[in-house]
Ligand binder design. Structure first.
Ligand code: FAD
Length: 285
């Protein structure tokens, strides 16, 4: 295997261009190395982006959060402003893998690996995050909601690199929650992941995003379930209808972690719980 350590992101993109989809980026390597060992990924060229892509977490009252693509999962869980203002992102990071995995694994690696159960995707979609992508021909910024196209698939072109994640500040009277349902508390992928962000106007739901992980080929936003809540006053009956609608919208598979039927049932329960937790967060703040 040929191994490269480009000094800039432009240099890394040129290498990707040269090998036309045959080269692989490595960040923390916690997904890539496992795939290479299992021969799910066969590559002759590895590009380590440790010097080319930045690792930072910056917060401003105006711009919100900016996260360099090479920021580790540990840096997400250990940044106080993320725990305070973007709690659902903190919750997802804190529940990913083990301390060793969180120390090596990066935010972009989690997103670009594009596992349907990737922990970090549902909270970022619910928070309305944007991602900055740099390629050999220039750069573009897109909503993260449009990033995933299938298991292991994203809209990234062969010469493109995810450079930065931007998370806007939430409006006043907003709250969010992320719930991971897995067999074990640690070192286990989600059977179902649910992220919810709610904005209230007095006691009316002004805005809502509900995102599911591990129950479709990509993380999915369940807009039909959101519509059930939007513009209405929260009630038990409304919550149950929202959970029911979300469970009808997902497309789970059966695998070693759980059956499709079980996943649907858990979606119904956990969507209700995530919304309740998001509202509790608003009422506490
Ligand atoms: C034991 C174990 C437990 C785990 N538990 C969990 C868990 O609970 N939840 C969970 O979601 N994941 C889990 N994972 C998966 C993994 O640790 C995470 O997805 C991690 O965040 C991947 O980041 P990385 O930097 O190691 O990615 P890498 O392995 O370096 O890269 C992953 C993929 O992304 C590409 N890539 C990386 N960075 C970029 C970039 N900037 N631009 C373009 N492409 C890029 C690589 O080419 C590769 O295809 C676990 C893994 C292991 C081994």
């Amino acid at each position: 295997v040929e191994y490269f350590t480009p000094k800039t992101i432009e240099e890394a993109c040129q290498l990707l261009l040269r090998y036309k989809g045959e080269a692989k980026i490595i960040a923390g390597g916690t997904d890539l190395v496992v795939h290479m060992k299992r021969k799910k990924v066969l590559t002759k060229h590895i590009i380590n982006i440790k010097d080319a892509v930045q690792n930072y977490v910056i917060y401003s009252e105006i711009e919100g959060l900016r996260i360099g693509a090479r920021a580790t999962i540990h840096s997400i869980e250990s940044t106080p402003v993320i725990k305070e203002k973007f709690t659902l992102l903190y919750d997802a990071a804190a529940q990913l893998g083990s301390a060793q995995i969180r120390n090596r694994g990066t935010i972009a690696g989690n997103l670009c690996n594009a596992s349907p159960s990737a922990e970090i995707a549902p909270p970022l979609i619910a928070l309305g995050a944007m991602i900055r992508i740099i390629g050999a021909d220039g750069e573009r910024t897109i909503p993260i909601e449009d990033f995933f196209t299938g298991p292991g698939q994203t809209i990234l072109k062969a010469d493109e690199i995810l450079a930065e994640i931007k998370v806007p500040n939430l409006p006043a009277r907003s709250g969010g929650a992320y719930i991971k349902h897995s067999v074990r508390k640690a070192m286990d992928l989600a059977i179902v992941g649910v992220a919810a962000v709610i904005t209230l106007d007095r006691d009316i739901i002004k805005d809502v995003k509900v995102v599911l992980g591990a129950v479709a080929p990509t993380p999915i936003r369940v807009k039909r379930a959101e519509e059930v809540l939007k513009g209405r006053r929260i009630s038990d009956e409304l919550l149950q209808r929202t959970g029911q609608t979300a469970s009808q919208c997902c497309l789970p598979i059966s695998d070693v972690r759980g059956s499709a039927d079980y996943r649907r049932k858990m979606v119904k329960i956990l969507v209700v719980r995530a919304i309740q937790q998001a509202i509790e967060q608003i009422n506490m703040g």
